[in-house]
Design a protein around this ligand. Structure first.
Ligand SMILES: *Cc1c(COP(=O)(O)O)cnc(C)c1O
Length: 425
């Protein structure tokens, strides 16, 4: 459930008409709903409340510091993957003991910053990284806790670019090698290796891969404990499904129903690292129609947003439901699915202004008739939308708007032309 709904034929973000924001801030623009973020976070927190659980929201999915701030206030920790994300989380007032840090290529500088910040856990992706962390901790007279990222060889059945838990990826160490890593590095005086991390990748649509992975990990934890390694925490990562099409993925409660019973008697703290399941449906991007044209048998709608503003369709062939912000009564959509054929729709491609074939948002999509200046909402754009955007084609990055009830705030301004060249002078 999210707070982007049609009321009287107009799309609203919570209590604010999307048209009003577009008129006042311009387009293209990202619009987020605070209530949706918090609702999704709380549903996950509640679903796992039987266990000692910390939800560490994944900053890379949507990391504006204003968002991180209210998430931290609601009890969220953070999953970070860079020094920049650590900086963001700290600017937002995060409790650093609830930060977990993953990533295959942490630099010495980033590791040192995280040691100084006393983060909760380093999620270790290789023996070489662990050796380096131990060395840096000793040199800086710090101690740290670490989780070994284990590769359970489970395929969540998602796009190849976002599958991270099978053997042929660069992430983590194979489960067979994990015992040896603990035996070799478990007792070093600086880094307490006391947890296991798994992250299967993004976008799986069933709970089975999670249960399969946990069932592979639990015997490893028993083994490790019997060899004298105190394992206190299991981090099951993120990748929980988000509803890009209406009601197609399990809810937080559905996932928990499978996962909690497996962990109940394990005496483990649990960490989850949800990104898109929290924020995907908490954001939309709104673009304005510049032109429509016919190309052969195809009809194109050319909008003022491009692939640099929302890369997922180009990069992952991702589906985003697109619909006009203002519609007649018969076109008010009851669900968000690819083939929403209502009487009178036209089949179109929605494309951007960039000179690349990949610059599209939808192909062969049924939409109500659209004309110049009509606003289109691109739904489920909260995750990996703004955070993956760029200045390609010297296009200015978009403003981010946070709606809270009947009010909205600009939480990031639209870039100016001067911003584009500020670092080049
Ligand atoms: C990207 C990432 C996540 C979040 O993934 P979602 O699919 O957005 O839930 C969690 N943990 C790690 C280690 C990641 O790299």
């Amino acid at each position: 459930m999210d707070a982007f709904q049609y009321k009287n034929e107009k799309l609203f973000a919570e209590g604010v008409a999307v048209e009003k924001i577009a008129a006042e801030v311009g387009t293209p623009v990202y619009i987020y709903s605070k209530a949706t973020f918090l609702d999704h976070l709380q549903k996950i927190q509640n679903a796992y409340s039987e266990l000692d659980t910390t939800v560490c929201y994944s900053v890379k999915a949507c990391g504006n510091i204003n968002i991180l701030k209210f998430m931290a206030e609601a009890g969220s920790g953070f999953d970070i993957v860079s020094g920049g994300e650590l900086f963001r989380a700290m600017q937002a007032g995060a409790d650093t003991s609830k930060i977990v840090y993953a990533g295959t290529g942490k630099t010495d500088e980033e590791i040192t910053e995280a040691l100084n910040a006393s983060i909760g856990y380093f999620n270790i992706e290789s023996e070489a990284e662990l050796e380096n962390l131990i060395e840096l901790a000793k040199a800086n007279k710090k101690t740290a806790k670490a989780a070994l990222r284990v590769n359970p060889d489970v395929d969540p059945g998602t796009h190849k670019h976002i599958t991270t838990g099978v053997k042929e990826t660069k992430f983590g160490v194979d489960i067979e090698r994990a015992l040896k890593v603990f035996d070799d590095y478990g007792k070093n005086g600086a880094v307490e290796l006391c947890a296991i991390h798994v992250h299967l990748g993004s976008g799986g649509k069933t709970i089975d891969p999670y249960c399969d992975a946990i069932k592979k990990i639990l015997p490893l934890i028993d083994d490790l404990r019997s060899r004298g390694h105190a394992i206190e925490m299991l981090d099951i990562g993120g990748g929980f499904g988000a509803d890009y099409e209406s009601r197609t993925v399990p809810s937080a409660a559905d996932y928990a129903k499978g996962i909690v019973p497996l962990l109940k008697d394990m005496n483990l703290k649990l960490i989850l690292e949800p990104g898109k399941s929290v924020c995907a449906n908490a954001g939309i991007m709104v673009a304005k129609t510049l032109y429509t044209k016919q190309g052969g048998s195809k009809r194109f709608i050319i909008v003022d947003a491009g692939m640099n503003d929302l890369l997922r369709p180009a990069l992952y062939d991702a589906f985003h439901f697109i619909w006009p912000v203002s519609v007649s009564k018969k076109f008010v959509p009851q669900q968000r699915i690819k083939d929403l054929y209502l009487d009178g729709v036209e089949v179109v491609d929605v494309v951007g202004p960039i000179c690349e074939g990949a610059d599209f948002f939808a192909k062969d999509r049924a939409l109500p008739p659209v004309k110049r200046d009509d606003l289109l909402a691109i739904f489920t754009a909260g995750a990996y939308g703004y955070t993956m955007s760029s200045n390609y084609n010297s296009r200015r990055m978009l403003p981010e708007i946070l709606v809270d009830g009947d009010d909205y705030k600009v939480i990031r301004k639209r870039q100016t032309y001067d911003d584009l060249i500020a670092l080049e002078k």
